[in-house]
Design a protein around this ligand. Sequence first.
Ligand code: FE2
Ligand code: FE2
Length: 192
Amino acid sequence: MADWNALEALLRQQVTGERLAHTYRVLEFARRLGRIHGADEARVAVAALMHDYAKPLSPEALLREAERLRLAIHPVERAEPHLLHGPVAAGLLAEQGLVTDREVLQAIATHTTGRAGMSLLEKVLFVADYAEPGRRFPGAEAVRAAAEEDLDRALLQGLDNSLVYLVGRGWLIHPASVEARNWLLQRRHGPG
Ligand SMILES: [Fe+2]
Ligand SMILES: [Fe+2]
């Protein structure tokens, strides 16, 4: 894995302004959640630092890169290419040998949609990204507060809020988010 300074320098060439400020808020919040919930500190930091590495790419560029990297592209991602910024970031970082840790790459890849079977690291990054202190939308504060006590409850609230938001606007929903929610509900309330 490339060292921290090299990753940070690379990120700063790509990500600037408010998006960079968001990244550092995610980094700080993810580190706190990681400490509380016992996630690996180094992995949390690299995943948070690089999670939006590909966010500045245009929809066309995201699709082009996803195809070049031979990623599996879901029809919902083809219609809403911004959903690919996590998978494309993970693909680019892996391709360039900058991040080799599979858990970190997985967390970067799933930070927007979530997925069934999310690891602790994936949960920490998803919730930190959703509810970092700069997030002002309705529900963010509640998720932020829940995150320190019960990470799964915070994740479930974040997924619920996102799905309600998407339904309210008549927008497409990535099935991975529905699968993540079903998985969490069944683990929390199901028979074991
Ligand atoms: Fe993102
Ligand atoms: Fe983000």
